[in-house]
Design a protein around this ligand. Structure first.
Ligand SMILES: C[S@@+](CC[C@H](N)C(=O)[O-])C[C@H]1O[C@@H](n2cnc3c(N)ncnc32)[C@H](O)[C@@H]1O
Length: 340
């Protein structure tokens, strides 16, 4: 979705300079004032929200990761996943980094690579798989991959596409589902066991679209085996991501409809690490990623200012939401931290 937008953004910036020289169509002062006001409002809202959160003892099992607006947006794009030059071109290109990132980190943990199929024998859950852009290459590396997404039409696209490759037929499958639904099926201690837990979870470019990261982290813990890996790629919550993603793309160049990006849902590596550690994970590595809109290629970088990849390992079981309601209350203060 982002490649074309960024290319248009670069082109748009160039043409904008000519216009701006003649007449002042855009004022940075106005933007800064607007942002200051917005930050003040947000600080108030956050304080109010924190008070509400603190008065809510146990987290409700009915909390969901699903934001209906996000689902509607991806529903309208569900037929476009496999257009390599289209809306999702940058996600296709991102495979150059994320597939080796997942493979190499898993091989560090599971040191029995099979020739040709290094991830053979591993069960991976791809949360928010969309059309299966990441699911498929992980399947080709030998893993058994389940891709889930709440957008049924995306799952349909993913199923149709993977059926083309006989190598994937018994290795990759898809379900229109949420992580919390899947987690509920797994049951808990003393309950009837459902499906087996996973060796690894990937959630690539997904957490910035979720309604509730606390539920996401808790469910990830629940569906993973002890020692299992969690891989996340996402956007940092910085001024740079605000300027590029909100001000420039939505307000200045209007290449994205206003409201497409919710900067509130971006999360810094520090806050993500805090959230994961409070949900039984230990973060192993965080690595910056950089997209070049001119070449359409991604590269690793030391800076996590815009995009980053994170690898965490499950180090302990955490009380799950279903059981938290039965009296297993837990500190809620990190829910605020996840979105600070
Ligand atoms: C930017 S796309 C990334 C797709 C895929 N992970 C990839 O990188 O090719 C975000 C995906 O998250 C999905 N999504 C939105 N809300 C979700 C939720 N609550 N749980 C799981 N996936 C969700 C969307 O439907 C969409 O497929």
């Amino acid at each position: 979705m982002y490649a074309n937008k960024l290319n248009r953004l670069m082109l748009g910036l160039c043409s904008r300079q000519t216009t701006a020289a003649g007449r002042s169509a855009f004022s940075w002062t106005a933007v800064c004032k607007q942002r200051t006001l917005w930050l003040q409002e947000r600080a108030c809202l956050k304080t109010r929200r924190h008070v509400v959160t603190c008065h809510t003892s146990a987290r409700s099992a009915s909390q969901t990761t699903v934001d209906p607006d996000e689902v509607r947006r991806f529903q309208s794009l569900a037929g476009k996943w496999w257009d390599e030059q289209g809306e999702f071109a940058a996600l296709h290109a991102l495979n150059d980094l994320r597939v080796p990132f997942v493979r190499d980190n898993l091989l560090n943990v599971h040191r029995t690579p099979r020739p040709g199929k290094p991830l053979g024998g591993l069960r991976i859950l791809d949360v928010g798989c969309g059309g299966g852009l990441l699911t498929e290459p992980l399947g080709r590396l030998g893993a058994n991959v389940l891709g889930i997404d709440p957008v049924g039409n995306s799952i349909g696209t993913a199923q149709l596409h993977s059926a083309i490759d006989p190598d994937l037929r018994n290795r990759v499958c898809y379900r229109a589902s949420t992580l919390e639904e899947l987690s509920a099926e797994l049951g808990g201690e003393g309950e009837e066991q459902g499906a087996d837990p996973f060796d690894a979870i990937v959630a690539s470019e997904v957490v910035e679209h979720l309604a509730d990261l606390e539920t996401f982290a808790s469910c990830c813990n629940h569906v993973l085996k002890p020692g299992g890996s969690l891989f996340i790629t996402t956007l940092n919550k910085t001024n740079l991501s605000y300027i590029l993603g909100i001000v420039v793309a939505e307000q200045l160049l209007r290449i994205v409809p206003s409201g497409t990006h919710d900067w509130e849902k971006f999360i810094s590596p520090v806050d993500l690490e805090r959230l994961l550690e409070s949900n039984g994970f230990s973060v192993q590595s965080v690595q910056g990623m950089l997209y070049n809109p001119a070449s359409g290629a991604w590269s690793w970088t030391n800076s996590t200012a815009i995009n980053y990849a994170l690898h965490a390992v499950k180090v302990r079981d955490e009380p799950h939401a279903d059981r938290a309601e039965d009296g297993g209350s837990r500190p809620e203060d990190h829910a605020g931290a996840a979105h600070s």
